[in-house]
Design a protein around this ligand. Structure first.
Ligand code: ADP
Length: 150
């Protein structure tokens, strides 16, 4: 069974994340969406809310598992016996950062990162801009999955 972990902040999950997960399901038999808890980061949504939003998107999807985690993603991979990390790429900025991260993860734990490119429909979406729209009472509905209710 081919399994992957899709780690991220998901603060909140956007149509960009959603697209990558849907495409990932064509490659993997199981994807664990792992929601990060990092004490150095300030989140808009609590861990409970971030998990709840993702759950509401994938209620009927048996190949999706959801968990929260702290610490290194490679340790999480080890705990689950998983050899693949799934990540999305929007642009060259993502690539430059993700390239280092993937190489270091590979060197540390022999975990391979599989990248999926976002389409032109979602490559402009990022969680921090979505948070800004939410904070300023703007219309965020085009950027997040319709199942999410704040
Ligand atoms: P992190 O804090 O780890 O960057 P994010 O929740 O911002 O967590 O992103 C998790 C993953 O989703 C990353 O691989 C990121 O590149 C990807 N991602 C985020 N937004 C998009 C998008 N619009 N299209 C494709 N991938 C995306």
């Amino acid at each position: 069974m081919k399994r992957a972990i899709f780690p991220g902040s998901f603060d909140p999950i956007t149509n960009g994340h959603y697209e990558i997960i849907k495409k990932g399901l064509k490659l993997f038999d199981e994807i664990i969406i792992a929601v990060g808890i990092n004490n150095q980061k300030k989140y808009m949504f609590s861990i409970e809310k971030r998990l709840e939003f993702i759950e509401s998107c994938f209620e009927k999807e048996k190949k999706i598992k959801i968990c929260s985690y702290g610490g290194l993603t490679t340790d999480l991979c080890k705990d689950h016996g998983i050899k693949f990390i799934l990540r999305g790429l929007r642009n060259s900025e993502d690539f430059n950062f993700e390239n280092s991260l993937a190489s270091m993860n590979k060197e540390m734990s022999n975990v391979e990162t599989i990248f999926i490119l976002s389409s032109s429909k979602t490559s402009h979406i990022n969680s921090s801009l979505v948070r800004d729209i939410i904070l300023n009472d703007g219309d965020y509905s085009k950027f997040i999955p319709y199942q999410i209710k704040f």
